[in-house]
Design a protein around this ligand. Structure first.
Ligand code: MTE
Length: 302
């Protein structure tokens, strides 16, 4: 995918000063364990780094169903109808079926977690997500012992998703997958919102995956299907460019993308265009997740 390149310009982004008040308020609110507009207790998994502003998080996006430009999702995702929303569950599971989102999202289980988010294109943000541990949702379906992977699909609705009408070489639906132990890991979230608000459409309303130690493309948006499989499922970027995007896609500063370094990243909102910071192994979550990959060759992670 030639348009998929690192360090795209981000001239659309509103200067961070405009949102500084909100940011610093939220940072202190997070530290106090109280977030704006809700009584959710925020848990910081980002080492105390200040979250990006809502404006930054909602104006610089990848959501190719709405176009390739970073501003396209914010411009066009309002066309997406997210209510009603149902999710088809199938494969190696005791309770397959079509579930309404309200059957899966128990408001009382929604947590707020501040995570680092690292795109394979070498930009990053810090995002205060709302969501439910994915394991709590998957367990409702009764996964069978033979289920070794879980696959996810995004909606196909070209009448509302203009990027799906425009050709290109992505074979819709957008697909992603995780190994079952990755999916069941307590850090893996099903995201339902940001900053205490329902998930913005450009970020994957109404429900999306958030896997903080993997490159952002694993965190599939606007999910309508969950399948439990024995075999590793096909995934969108791996299908397009198997040499460049792997199934695991764990953030790893020691394994460069064939076309750029992954040793450092550019934090959106940092202000200084060229400033880069070191990328952390497994995006800083190695203590929690490295065990999942014991015995695997780290250099094959891509
Ligand atoms: N999910 C779908 N359905 N379509 C996409 O194009 N892009 C992925 C991921 N999930 C994508 C997707 C990529 S490449 C990234 S970096 C993140 O979403 C971006 O999430 P954000 O826009 O909320 O920051």
């Amino acid at each position: 995918m030639t348009r998929f390149r690192p360090d795209l310009r981000y001239s659309d982004i509103t200067p961070k000063e405009v949102f500084l008040n909100r940011r610093s308020f939220l940072a202190s609110a997070a530290a106090a364990g109280i977030m704006a507009g809700s009584q959710v207790t925020a848990r910081d998994f980002a080492g105390g780094e200040t979250p990006n502003s809502l404006e930054e998080i909602t104006s610089y996006n990848n959501f190719y169903e709405f176009g390739f430009d970073k501003g396209d999702p914010a411009r066009y995702a309002s066309a997406l109808t997210t209510d009603p929303w149902s999710i088809q569950v199938d494969g190696l599971v005791d309770k397959p079926g079509t579930y309404d989102i309200s059957d899966l999202v128990d408001e009382a289980e929604i947590e707020e977690r501040i995570y680092r988010f690292r795109c394979v294109e070498a930009w990053s943000m810090v995002i205060p997500w709302n969501g439910i541990e994915l394991s709590k949702i998957l367990n409702k379906f009764g996964p069978q012992p033979g289920a070794k992977y879980v696959a996810f699909e995004t909606l196909v609705r070209p009448e509302e998703m203009r990027g799906q009408r425009r050709g290109g070489n992505i074979e819709w639906p957008y697909r992603e997958g995780l190994r079952m132990d990755e999916a069941m890991h307590p850090l893996t979230l099903m995201g339902t919102g940001i900053y205490g608000e329902p998930m913005p459409k450009q970020n994957g309303a109404p429900i999306r995956l958030v896997v903080p130690w993997k490159y952002g493309f694993k965190s599939i948006k606007s999910i309508v299907r969950i399948s439990f499989t024995e075999e590793e499922p096909p995934t969108t970027w791996n299908m397009l460019q198997p040499r460049e995007y792997g199934f695991y896609a764990n953030v790893n500063p020691e394994v460069d993308h064939p076309r750029w370094s992954q040793a450092s990243e550019r934090r959106i909102g940092d202000g200084r265009f060229n400033r880069r910071r070191d990328t952390l192994m497994l995006n800083g979550y190695a203590d929690q997740v490295a065990d999942l990959y014991a015995g695997m060759d780290l250099t094959k992670f891509y």
